[in-house]
Design a protein around this ligand. Sequence first.
Ligand code: GLC
Length: 467
Amino acid sequence: MKRRYLAMMGLLIIFAMVLAACGGGPATPAPAAPAQPAAQEATPTTAPAQQEAAPAAPAAEGVINLTWVGPGPGAEFELRKEQVERWNAANPDIQVRLIEGPVSATDRIGLYLQAFQAQSTDIDIMQIDVIWPGDLAEHLIDFYEYGAAEAVAGDFPAIVENNTVDGRLVGLPWFTDGGLLYYRTDLLEKYGFDGPPATWDELEQMAQTIQDGERAEGNQDFWGFVWQGAPYEGLTCDALEWIYSSGGGTIVSHDKVITINNDAAAAALDRAYGWIGKISPPGVTSFMEEESRRVWHGGNAAFMRNWPYAYGLSEGADSAVAGKFDATALPGAEPGMSAATLGGWQVGVSKYSRNPEAAAKLALWLTSVEEQKAQALAPSSLIPTKVELYSDPDIAAQRPFMPKLLPVFTSAVARPSTATAPQYNETSNVFFSNVFEVLTGRMSGADAVATIELDLQDLLGFEVGAP
Ligand code: GLC
């Protein structure tokens, strides 16, 4: 606990420094921060909030200044910078300052919680992960009080429901996400496979065959399968897919039963451990999304588990796999048992903002049909939450995978955030920390699921049972 507290204080101090620096011009890059939350020694997190984009006009009479903590560095941050520039040019009375946020979702919620606990007015608008409405509701405004009912009428109802806590709409749906299997169409053909794997056994076999073949031809850096193995929220997503697609349940059920301690879940974790050093690089236990994508992007992996954002980037001019890949549903233990973890982001406004009305206006614009279409077509290829965009001709032409994979996204498996709120973040920490012990060879799958069960009983006080 002590280490965690110190790490979080580190985040807050860096954040405060950056906010202070932002007052008078471009921010000075902050020194590397101890940004890892509990049990995260190996996580390759970047220091948060290092850069300010599109400085807003200096404070002037009658001008409202808003601060938005945006995504971490990369294609999405570039997209958000461009949006802020357009907004600031069109809205001289509401000027927005965009600050780079942490890359890891786990670090990001740590930062928000610290700011909320201090009831800080420094952040007005923020990105809210699909798993956080229940944990963060008490600190966020109710968009229904700012005319959002009409705006969300065209969103997927399940996402609106997920963002509604005790009748309050605490997040505006922005983009949805689901775990996908990316695969090299050229290499599948080269090695005589008809199509992507339906089961984990098939994936292991294909990955090994392709890896052996490519290495024999001289590419010693080639790996069969890359994914997210660092101890952070992304590992919860990957491990939930392995477990659910093996019949091992969702850690905690909808009706608040702790179901993780079962043989299928234990076997799924042992299976993933078996990949490391064999078809997956030893370094996978420090990979977040971007580390896996880099291996893939360079043409050094046959398969990758990642979110839809990687699709557009993989088609980029600098990509070694452009025109040589596709994405599909992840495998399962048996054919048809595939599972995609439901991800996605919302826009939230802090209850402690001095200008909630202006921030709500910006949030409504960011999540509008027009902006969702733009971000679907941008290189980061973010999946819309507006139903009508799935029949949009431009999206159908330029992003055919979106309508094609709609069933994967709409049947995605939710993490147990509603059942465990407001303690989902701690639940996930317990889960990924123990899964990480398995991946690093310090615990068996069976010991890990038993430990998770005990820790969750302590934390949540729920009953235990079968999935
Ligand atoms: C993606 C998902 C988000 C998830 C995160 C984990 O950003 O949209 O829901 O928590 O990845 O790394």
